[in-house]
Each structure stands twice: as structure tokens, then as C-alpha cells.
Design a protein around this ligand. Structure first.
Ligand SMILES: NC(=O)c1ccc[n+]([C@@H]2O[C@H](COP(=O)([O-])OP(=O)(O)OC[C@H]3O[C@@H](n4cnc5c(N)ncnc54)[C@H](O)[C@@H]3O)[C@@H](O)[C@H]2O)c1
Ligand SMILES: [Zn+2]
Length: 374
């Protein structure tokens, strides 16, 4: 669909997250659309002040954003965060509250998150809680945040004893994706984001999975046209899920956690800086596929196809041999998505289809962890 109001190009895509009065658009542009962000923001918000929280890794892209917001009549104030997961803390949230107080922000003040999932989660959380809720705009700059964290309204910060333990749902007033910013994203971050992309194919879209298989080299080369199709499809799939189960109540949204029960345990044991989230998700999806295969839910061919595509993107398909299975299983039992210590897994039952299983045994998990390769 072409959207001319905000000077986007012919090939640009609009995806809508349908949530009644809280519905919002995700604008996906091939490149260079940041100068139109201000007009987009203005069409949805009448504040005088825009408070931009930007990741320190994207300062090279910050000036066009500032300029665009200024042109749209905003007074623009920016805070630049040091890169890293450590920013997602209550202490950092408190600093942003203080800054909002200094700026005399009111309930219309627009907050803008400009960065990856860390910036989006923190900014969204502050926007959700300051004066009981400010409007905010997501401008994701990592592949992971474009296809996952910026869509769906989950915001939050970490506690020292665990990730994402404090947070709330707060939908943005819009998401603006300019694929050009991905040109500066480090390779390992890009590949890590691909794990979540592959996840969408596995859980709900077999033709999309096939499209990824056929276009490995183009995607790795970050071909803009291909990336636009990939990002748009992922946003569409996530938007559909979120529209039907915004607060993870019916079980539908839980399918997005495919591979994540294993992944959270791998991340906790490896250390969050040693393994990127997408890398843990890749190895987690492969463990889940082996488990499903052991139950006779999927064929060897599907396990192998998933393994091949993950490996092609340089993602791990095994956890470390030296990690004790019982430690990993203990962590899985205490996962915040587990219920009363019961192990629950989203498992594939075909290519493009998953279901929740609450009857998985410790032996099955141990066996899935012990197998290597496919
Ligand atoms: N809210 C949700 O629904 C949701 C979903 C998935 C993940 N998350 C959260 O997202 C976070 C991970 O997000 P992430 O993977 O985007 O990590 P991130 O925000 O830490 O960004 C990764 C790195 O890339 C750099 N960077 C970002 N954009 C760049 C660009 N265009 N060019 C150069 N460098 C750039 C950053 O400085 C950082 O060092 C985690 O905290 C996770 O819990 C939230
Ligand atoms: Zn994830």
C-alpha cells in the first residue's frame, strides 16, 4: 500500500496493528524516510515537546530525526543512552523521569524511542508510567526491534535477578521503520535478528520460510527490497497475533515464544553478553524441534531445514556441551512463563504450525539437549 501523506515512496508499506481505539500504523520504508517522521508524529500528536531517547549506537542517524521533528514544530530534547542491556533498569528509568520533570513534560509530551529493543523497552516503560502514560513513537533501528520488540506494546526493565521482570503493556502511537538505518548495524546483530525472522516462518508461515530459504544470499547482503518484504511480513504476522491476543491471555500470543523456554535458560547460563538473544533463540528453536521430532510431531526433514537455514545465517544450533541439563531445566521451571514449575513448550507440529504442550517430561528435555547438530 502506498502512503503519500508522509512523503513515503511508492514501495513503502503500511501495516496496521488493529486494537480498536489503540490501533496504530507501522510504516516501513526502504530508505531515507527519517525526514518524514516529524510530519507522521504531528499527524498523531499535538504536543509542543518531543523527548527523544536515542541509543548511543545510532547517533549518526540522529540529526535527520531531530531536524524532522523541529520542522514539524516540536521543541526537541534528546537523551543519548550508552549502548547495552544495562540501560534497561529502574535506575535509568528514574533518570528519564527526572529529565521529564526538568523539561516540564505534560501528558501530551511525545516520547520517541530511537534504537533497538533496549531503547524501545525502556522508553516505552517510562512513557507508560510517567504521569500515568505519555504517547510514544517507536523508531526501531535493529532488525530484532523492527520485526519483534517495537510491535505489540510490551515495555519493561530488568531487575538484577532477572530480565523483563517489571513492565506493562503500553501501545505506541506508531512505529516508523526506515531500513536504511540497518546499513550501520553490526553483522552479528543482524544475524541475531534473523533468528526471530526464521521463527515467524516456523510458527505460522511455511511459504515465508520457503522464501527465506530461497533468498539467503540477498538477505545476508541486506538487499533493501528483500528486507522490506521480510520486515513487512514479520510485522504483519506479529500485528495479527497481537490484535487477537494483546495481553497474552488466550494462548495465541504465546506461540511467539517458540524456542524461548530453552533460549532463556541458555542466555542465563552463558551470560547475556556471551550469547546474543537471537543466538540463544536459534539454539532454543533447534532444541524444541528435536524435542518435537522425538515425540513424532515433525519429520526429520523439518528439523534439518530449520537447522540448515539457521546455520546459513551463522546462528548456533547447539547449546554448549558443558552446560548441565539439570541446571538448564531448573532455570526453565522458574521461567516467568512457566506455571507452577510445570515445563511448557511451544513445539512445531508441521512447518508453519506450532502448539503449546504442558506435558513434556524431563527425560524428553534432557534428550533434546543431548542431541547435537540436527
Ligand atoms: N518488548 C518486546 O516485545 C521485546 C521483544 C523482544 C526483545 N525485547 C528486548 O529487546 C532487547 C534486545 O534488543 P536488540 O537486539 O535490538 O538490542 P539493543 O537494543 O541492545 O541493540 C543492539 C546493539 O546494536 C546497536 N545498534 C542499534 N541500532 C543500530 C544501528 N542501526 N546501527 C549500528 N548500531 C546499532 C546498539 O547500540 C546495541 O549495541 C532485549 O532487552 C529484549 O528483552 C523486547
Ligand atoms: Zn525473542
Amino acid at each position: 500500500m502506498t502512503v503519500s501523506t508522509y512523503s513515503m515512496g511508492h514501495d513503502d508499506v503500511l501495516v496496521e496493528v488493529k486494537l480498536g481505539t489503540r490501533s496504530y500504523p507501522i510504516m516501513i520504508s526502504n530508505g531515507g524516510s527519517v525526514p518524514s517522521v516529524g510530519a507522521f508524529a504531528r499527524s498523531r500528536n499535538q504536543s509542543r515537546l518531543a523527548f527523544v531517547v536515542a541509543d548511543g549506537g545510532v547517533t549518526a542517524h540522529l540529526e535527520p530525526l531531530r531536524e524532522s521533528l523541529l520542522q514539524a514544530g516540536y521543541r526537541v530534547e534528546c537523551v543519548i543512552l550508552a549502548p547495552g542491556e544495562g540501560q534497561k533498569s529502574l535506575a535509568q528509568a528514574a533518570l528519564l523521569y527526572e529529565k521529564l520533570l526538568d523539561l516540564k513534560a505534560d501528558r501530551k509530551t511525545l516520547m520517541v524511542a530511537f534504537g533497538g529493543g533496549v531503547t524501545g523497552d525502556l522508553t516505552g516503560y517510562v512513557a507508560a508510567t510517567y504521569l500515568r502514560g505519555l504517547p510514544f513513537l517507536m523508531i526501531p533501528t535493529t532488525l530484532l526491534s523492527m520485526v519483534d520488540s517495537s510491535v505489540g506494546g510490551k515495555t519493561g526493565v530488568n531487575l538484577s535477578r532477572g530480565k523483563n521482570l517489571v513492565g506493562c503493556f503500553h501501545q505506541p502511537l506508531g512505529v516508523w521503520i526506515d531500513l536504511k538505518v540497518l546499513e550501520t548495524l553490526p553483522d552479528r546483530e543482524f544475524r541475531s535478528g534473523m533468528a526471530e525472522v526464521i521463527k515467524y516462518g516456523m510458527i505460522m508461515d511455511a511459504p515465508f520460510f520457503g522464501m527465506l530459504e530461497r533468498n539467503l544470499s540477498g538477505i545476508l547482503a541486506r538487499d533493501h527490497g528483500l528486507l522490506r518484504r521480510v520486515v513487512a511480513r514479520c510485522c504483519e504476522l506479529k500485528a495479527n497475533v497481537v490484535s487477537q491476543d494483546e495481553r497474552e491471555e488466550t494462548g495465541l500470543r504465546a506461540i511467539l515464544n517458540y524456542g524461548h523456554t530453552f533460549a532463556h535458560a541458555f542466555e542465563a547460563v552463558a551470560g547475556y553478553s556471551a550469547w546474543f538473544h537471537g543466538e540463544a533463540v536459534a539454539a532454543g528453536m533447534q532444541a524444541a524441534a528435536r524435542l518435537a521430532n522425538g515425540r513424532g510431531l515433525i519429520t526429520n526433514d523439518i528439523v534439518e531445514r530449520q537447522s540448515r537455514i539457521l546455520s546459513a545465517f551463522g546462528l548456533p544450533v547447539d547449546c554448549d556441551n558443558n552446560w548441565p541439563a539439570d541446571t538448564l531445566i531448573d532455570i526453565m521451571r522458574s521461567d516467568k512463563k512457566a506455571e507452577a514449575g510445570q515445563l511448557r513448550f511451544i513445539l512445531p507440529v508441521g512447518l508453519g504450525e506450532v502448539r503449546l504442550f504442558a506435558d513434556v517430561t524431563v527425560d524428553e528435555v534432557t534428550a533434546a539437549l543431548a542431541k547435537r547438530g540436527v
